[in-house]
Design a binder for this molecule. Structure first.
Ligand code: AMP
Ligand code: ZN
Ligand code: FE
Ligand code: FE
Length: 308
């Protein structure tokens, strides 16, 4: 078993990187990607624990992308160099934006008659970029709601009265940032785009043209029909099909680590394909050095050379 999509306390998961790796080892997972939102802070501890527990930890990230559609677009990055300066610079900006938005949401909640202590939210987030799950925990603690999911349905979900959009990078920038850091950009949970048919095809084709290298076909909430459709879509655009549970610990109690490993899927082949893309990214980075921005392939030909 493997899991290529999991969050830790470095973002909005409830297990520390160490505990996440321990859980992976206890479940018999041999490969685990740590893909926190907008931060690489959990990676060093996860890598170190992975060595001790004999779990191969893939350094990853998950970035939200701003686009025109109603749904959410998230881009995962695998095998990123977590010390890449342009990446760290952008993450710092995103973190500041999240803080600003969190504060505005707290003010809004208080106007709605649901007072929440900003200091407590900051404490709950710890070193993590502040997100809605931290506000949800605050609402739960102060007795305003009975569960995290109620916090989202009553106050924090998109369309709910306390919701505010967060700052996100344009898709091409998110993809370019990941590639620039030597990582493999993969479209997370395509169902959340809320697109089907030709509009989905056009969206994925555009992302592939911007350097997208994979698509998360296997995700616990995808139906069998969606998985089949995303698998074909990925094949048409030369994208590696990946899997991931999107584990968040008790912030999403229905999701277990390793969920989404579908019977009949060759995970060895999946990992080989992902690794070979990472190798291609790395050699492109070395060959071009500082002179060419590998983050943004300018032509189909260059894309093939870079992506392989
Ligand atoms: P943010 O990035 O601050 O907008 O928060 C998004 C995060 O909130 C997602 O990654 C999920 O972890 C979490 N989330 C969104 N909707 C729900 C929900 N209905 N129940 C629990 N967690 C949710
Ligand atoms: Zn999350
Ligand atoms: Fe996501
Ligand atoms: Fe996620």
């Amino acid at each position: 078993m493997i899991d290529l999509h999991a969050h830790t306390t470095a973002s909005d998961g409830t297990l520390t990187p160490q505990d996440l790796v321990d859980l992976a080892a206890a479940k018999g997972l041999c490969v685990l990607a740590v893909t926190d939102h907008d931060t690489v802070d959990g990676i060093p501890a996860a890598l170190a624990r992975g060595k001790e527990r004999l779990v191969e930890v893939i350094p990853g990230i998950e970035l939200g992308a701003k686009w025109k559609g109603d749904g959410q677009m998230h881009i995962l990055g695998y095998y990123i160099h977590s010390d890449d300066p342009p990446l760290l610079d952008r993450l710092c900006w995103l973190r500041a934006q999240r803080r600003e938005r969190g504060l505005r949401m707290v003010r809004r909640l208080s106007e709605l008659g649901v007072p929440l202590s900003w200091d407590r939210v900051v404490q709950l987030a710890g070193a993590a970029p502040i997100g809605r799950p931290h506000l949800a925990r605050g609402l739960l603690e102060s007795g305003h709601v009975e569960s995290i999911s109620e916090a989202f349905s009553l106050y924090l979900g998109s369309g709910a009265p306390g919701y505010l959009e967060k700052a996100e990078l344009p898709p091409a920038e998110a993809i370019g940032l990941i590639r620039g850091a030597g990582g493999v950009p993969v479209l997370a949970h395509p169902a959340t785009l809320k697109l089907t048919g030709s509009t989905l095809e056009a969206c994925v084709e555009r992302l592939a043209g911007q350097g997208l290298a994979g698509i998360e076909v296997y995700w616990p909430k995808h139906t069998e029909a969606e998985k089949a459709s995303y698998e074909r879509l990925g094949a048409r655009h030369n994208l590696v099909a990946t899997m991931g549970s999107d584990f968040h610990g008790s912030n999403k109690p229905a999701i277990e680590l390793g969920m989404g490993c579908t019977e009949g899927v060759d995970v060895d082949q999946m990992l080989r394909a992902l690794k070979s893309r990472a190798g291609a990214m790395r050699s492109a980075r070395q060959v071009v050095g500082q002179t060419v921005d590998v983050g943004q392939p300018r032509s189909r030909l260059e894309k093939q050379q870079v992506v392989g």
